[in-house]
Ligand binder design. Structure first.
Ligand code: PAF
Length: 285
């Protein structure tokens, strides 16, 4: 595996990969877990050479968020990627990504509003901007993202469609199902912040979500089911709910009743000082 920290060596390394066949990009912020490695394995199963980026993107952190505390473990992450057979690790410095004078911003309306967009103003502008740059830097044939960040995936696909991106094209932006711990908690770099007690309690989130989905699919009214979902999560040890909503899966339109299109139940809740998100599919009526 070749590790590069600047744009010229990255472009040389990717040109060499492209001469051999398709190239896949797996964008990450590091602190890798099995969810990330699943993205790498999925790319590999598609016969692609693999570029993984690790960049803790300051643009997507709010003023009072955890940018400084965000785990940075490049040596450990690098060993994990090497063992997976990744071809290139793209680990730009902040100065390489945002040189002095950098002044541009990509803002995707609609899908980035509400849900995490409401609780984290500017977050999705930061995500769209860095992902657009990563796409232009690597110019991959496909890019893979975890479905755990469902709204993020919708924002990135919208951006790719709206800006007529070709490397990758919108339909080559692939969502990979969330990888879960054995008790059902979605894997996340933020799980590392949980105390042992919080980690044990955190299973209340996916458990309550599965119960709510069974209720909605069984014909229970959505507003009452969402109220019960919130109560169940709080009773399980969470201290606050940022949101718990049923949304149309693609465009993320809010739904007050079960619809005949693919839907997601999407939740963000706080346990101790950690904010966890999760989402699951709800079968169409
Ligand atoms: O999901 C993440 O890890 C980040 O938001 C991403 C897509 C790598 C952009 O910084």
């Amino acid at each position: 595996m070749q590790t590069v920290h600047a744009l010229d060596p990255l472009r040389n390394a990717v040109a060499e990969l492209r001469s051999r066949g398709p190239v896949a990009l797996v964008p990450t912020m590091g602190a890798l877990h099995d969810g990330h490695l699943t993205l790498v394995r999925e790319a590999k199963s598609r016969g692609a050479s693999i570029v993984v980026s690790i960049f803790v993107n300051p643009l997507q952190f709010g003023a009072n968020e955890d940018l400084d505390a965000y785990p940075r473990q490049l040596a450990r992450d690098s060993a994990l990627l090497e063992a997976e057979g990744v071809d290139v690790l793209w680990a730009p410095t902040v100065e390489a990504m945002y040189p002095a004078g950098f002044a541009s911003n990509i803002s995707v309306a609609g899908v980035s509003e509400g849900l995490c967009g409401a609780a984290r103003p500017g977050h999705f502008d930061g995500v769209a901007t860095v992902v657009c740059k990563l796409f232009n830097q690597v110019m991959p044939d496909m890019a893979l993202f975890g479905e755990k960040d469902w709204q993020q995936l919708a924002v990135i696909r919208r951006m790719a469609r709206d800006l007529d991106l070709t490397r990758p094209a919108a339909d080559a932006i692939l969502g990979v199902p969330t990888v879960r711990e054995t008790d059902g908690l979605a894997m996340s770099s933020r799980n590392a912040y949980l105390s042992a007690g919080e980690r044990a309690a955190a299973v209340a989130l996916p458990t309550a979500m599965r119960k709510a989905i069974a209720a909605i699919e069984g014909g229970e009214p959505v507003p009452a089911t969402l109220a019960t979902l919130e109560a169940d999560i709080l009773a399980g040890g969470f201290r606050a709910i940022d949101y718990a909503e049923l949304r149309e899966a693609g465009g993320l339109a809010p739904l007050a009743a079960r619809a005949d299109t693919p839907m997601r139940l999407i939740v963000a809740a706080r346990i101790g000082s950690t904010r966890l998100i999760d989402n699951m599919a709800v079968a169409p009526a």
